[in-house]
Design a protein around this ligand. Structure first.
Ligand SMILES: [Zn+2]
Length: 488
């Protein structure tokens, strides 16, 4: 009897460390099923806030909200200023119609940081003059007119109205070239209301990349830059060719205001108990284009990151090393937030086990492929995920074949500057495992990046995957090995 008791207590005492870890993981898994709030975060970001462009008040509001949420869960929060833009931009409603017997309602968008109309503006429509001779023929009619530009497919960026682009156009004209947009500056000076370009659907609408950082309140854009449904564009063009008498009316509330507007990375930490200066990082970007609501790009990445943080905090996680949840700013303007974080060595590069970036579709994290030297660690840490949801099995895959070279240029998303500096940025493979027909191209920077495109079961699952993996890695007694991470 005595012997049996002794064995019982020994069995209880020995795996105590393991048992404590399991308790946190168990709590995360349980809450992940019964009290998963990923979609609450996503809904607030997409529906209550909406578009979150650099330079807008809504992005600042979103930053405040994210920081306040993290604090309410008991995390330490650092607000890191990373972006400044001289002139602010807020978008109001926009509408347009054809003033003729059929009264077509126009389906269009305008890149951010382009001119609005200051109330409804109506005008006749002209085809674009493509050389000096054509310009001279119509110049008297350009004032107060809308001009159709027959450009090829647009990528949603504004017409480049910079001085540099003006001199390129002037040089081409001087060589006797002709073509679309070449007479841009002359048309603006002649007093056109704006330009209309055809857009494929779903419409992709970005911003005034060439000029937005150089704007002052004294040199704001004057002519509107409208991207119109290509089918409507074709109908309108035909009417112009047929010399029909009609006007278009647009009411575009694009508001500029004096800055500077400052934007911030929101960095929340669960502090490590043993190695507080070593980190596992995860993140997504809060800024988004503003014609839709940035629900997938990257509201979902932010929501999954936030929920991973909340689950761990609520489970009372006390990992050995720190876990940092990074909500980046300025990604769409050139990875500005994460670049600032990395280049300023906010966290020393050699103290990061991995940075997990989430900025893809609203899909389920179903596997991760890792270099051989990391395999055993990941296999152990991800064990509880293998059958967490039998319908969404999770696996750790040992990388076969040679490592890739370390990237030398930035691109893609917020992992880029980490990777360029040798920090591991392994990421989960995200799958549309139930066949929900999600195609990233449909939402990527388009008017369709809306809340209803999100797939709750995938996002909720991914929050649990990220929480459990980050916690497990943070609890190892070593940083992840970088052996064989890159070819060099
Ligand atoms: Zn993105």
């Amino acid at each position: 009897m005595r012997h049996a008791f002794f064995t019982f207590f020994l069995a209880l005492a020995l795996p105590l460390g393991v048992f404590a870890q399991d308790k946190t993981v168990k709590a995360v898994l349980e809450m992940g099923r019964t009290d998963n709030r990923t979609m609450e975060h996503a809904e607030y970001i997409a529906r209550n806030i909406g578009g979150r462009l650099v330079g807008t008040h809504m992005l600042n509001h979103a930053e405040d909200w994210v920081a306040q949420q993290f604090r309410s869960w008991g995390l330490e929060v650092t607000v890191q200023e990373a972006v400044e833009i001289g002139v602010g931009f807020d978008r109001g409603p926009w509408s347009g119609r054809m003033l003729s017997e059929d009264g077509m309602v126009l389906h269009f968008g305008t890149p951010a940081y382009t001119a609005g109309t200051c109330g409804p503006q109506k005008g006749r429509v002209l085809l674009e003059p493509k050389n000096q001779r054509e310009f001279d023929r119509v110049k008297g009619a350009l004032k107060g007119a809308w001009v159709l530009l027959e450009t090829g497919a647009t990528n949603g960026l504004a017409i480049d109205a910079s001085h540099k682009a003006d001199s390129t156009r002037a040089a081409l004209l001087a060589e006797g070239k002709e073509g679309s947009v070449l007479m841009y500056r002359q048309m603006v000076d002649a007093g056109v209301l704006g330009f209309i370009r055809p857009s494929k659907l779903p419409m992709q609408v970005l911003y005034n990349r060439a000029c937005c950082f150089d704007l002052t309140m004294d040199n704001l854009p004057k002519a509107c830059d409208i991207l119109l449904d290509e089918h409507q564009f074709a109908r309108i063009r035909q009417k112009v060719v047929d010399r029909e008498d009609f006007q278009l009316e647009f009411d575009i509330r694009n508001h500029f205001f004096p800055g500077p507007m400052k934007h911030h990375n929101i960095l929340a930490v669960i502090k490590g108990t043993k190695y507080p200066d070593e980190y596992v990082l995860m993140g997504g970007h809060l800024d988004a284009y503003d014609i839709a609501t940035g629900s997938t790009d990257d509201g979902q990445g932010v929501s999954v990151t936030m929920e991973a943080a909340r689950l761990l905090a609520a489970a009372g996680a006390r990992p050995k090393r720190s876990i940092m949840f990074c909500i980046w700013t300025g990604e769409e303007y050139g990875l500005l937030g994460s670049k600032f974080f990395v280049q300023n060595k906010t966290v020393p590069w050699d103290k990061i086990s991995n940075y997990f970036n989430r900025d893809g579709g609203p899909l389920a994290a179903t596997s991760i492929t890792v270099p051989p030297a990391m395999y055993d660690d990941f296999a152990e840490v991800c064990k509880p995920l293998a059958d967490y949801n039998p319908e969404i099995p999770f696996s750790v895959i040992r990388r076969e074949g040679e490592a890739r070279s370390r990237p030398t240029s930035a691109g893609g998303s917020d992992h880029a500057y980490f990777a360029m500096n040798g920090v591991p940025t392994l990421s989960f493979r995200e799958s549309d495992i139930f066949g929900c027909d999600f195609i990233y191209r449909d939402i990527w920077h388009t008017e369709d990046d809306l809340f209803d495109k999100l797939i709750p079961v995938y996002l909720e699952h991914s929050a649990v995957v990220q929480a459990v993996t980050a916690y497990g890695l943070a609890n190892l007694d070593h940083l992840l090995s970088r052996e064989g991470l890159y070819k060099d």
